[in-house]
Design a protein around this ligand. Structure first.
Ligand code: RIB
Length: 308
């Protein structure tokens, strides 16, 4: 019996957001909008996205004992995420400095803070959360050794039961050990992340997304999803490769849209959808998320999706 459709293990950041006409170049100063502070972080965003859609979701993360940490805990609880796994203290809450231009594109610099103190020991201490979850979703704003510990525990299983299915979005991208890649089902990448992982591979150059997916599968993951922004996503496993189109939308702010996609995907896999069906739903959630400003506050609810 599982208590959670989705456990997210990852970062929680305070997002400090400024709208700009254009992003500054090196050595340049530009003026922007008033500062807005929002709850964010790729892990926290995924958990909120899933919970707003109706998932039984939990978050394993670390925040500081400060106002930003309390903001993040509050946003998780308001969305209905179980915060029993959110640890407090050890360093200030992570912060993301974000600029958003008129086309909705963003640039982000993250100071990891407490996220960098989420350790493999913290994962071992949270074994009951992993055991209670059908899917575990990870990103790379926490230490890679912590991600690897989650993957190892999931792969080892819980007694004689299989462990949770692993979804990994390697963002921000970093080199991944083979034993981590081998358990991903799926590995979720955007174009930038695919090109990083394939930087030594001819398919990473001018290749098409289908070639990236094939080259990434050759590295070992059980399945691969390539997100393609306004063009939707591509789903690939050993048997087939399928493109899933996105509904046309007017982009206002793309911040967190990838997290909304992955949170929705993890939830749908947790309730038993096959990968293509889960991606078809997640593409619609990601499209909805770009039509409103901010990260978590832009994520659709179950009612909002039903009305689209
Ligand atoms: O993916 C968007 C997120 O990236 C933001 O919320 C910010 O905190 C960074 O982690």
């Amino acid at each position: 019996m599982h208590d959670y459709d989705l456990l997210v293990v990852g970062s929680a950041n305070a997002d400090l957001v400024i709208g700009v006409d254009r992003r500054p170049g090196a050595g340049e100063t530009v003026l922007g909008s008033d500062l807005a502070v929002h709850p964010g972080g790729k892990g926290a965003n995924q958990a909120v996205a899933a919970a707003r859609l109706g998932a039984r979701a939990a978050l394993l993360a670390r925040v500081g004992d400060d106002d930003y940490g309390r903001l993040l805990l509050e946003s998780q609880r308001t969305a209905g995420v179980d915060t029993v796994g959110v640890l407090v203290g050890g360093a200030p809450t992570g912060v993301a400095l974000i600029t958003v231009d008129p086309s909705g594109d963003n640039s982000i610099v993250v100071s990891p803070g407490a996220n960098a103190r989420l350790t493999p020991d913290d994962v071992r201490a949270a074994g009951s959360l992993l055991a209670a979850s059908r899917v575990v979703s990870l990103q790379l704003e926490i230490p890679l050794e912590t991600v690897a510990e989650v993957v190892r525990a999931a792969d080892a299983g819980i007694g004689d039961r299989p462990g949770p299915r692993v979804v990994l979005n390697p963002s921000p991208p970093a080199p991944l050990p083979d034993d981590v890649l081998a358990v991903c089902d799926p590995l979720v990448v955007n174009e930038h992340e695919a090109r990083f992982l394939l930087r030594d591979d001819p398919a990473g150059g001018s290749g098409a997304p289908e070639e990236w997916a094939e080259a990434l599968l050759a590295r070992g993951p059980r399945s691969v999803v390539v997100t393609l922004g306004g063009d939707g996503a591509l789903v690939a496993d050993r048997d087939r490769t399928v493109r899933v189109p996105s509904p046309p939308v007017e982009a206002v702010d793309t911040t967190g849209a990838g997290d909304a996609f992955t949170g929705a995907l993890g939830w749908r896999l947790g309730v038993g959808d096959d990968l293509e069906t889960a991606v078809r739903f997640a593409v619609r959630v990601g499209a909805a998320a770009v039509t409103r400003a901010g990260a978590q506050e832009s994520f659709p609810t179950a009612d909002g999706m039903a009305a689209r």
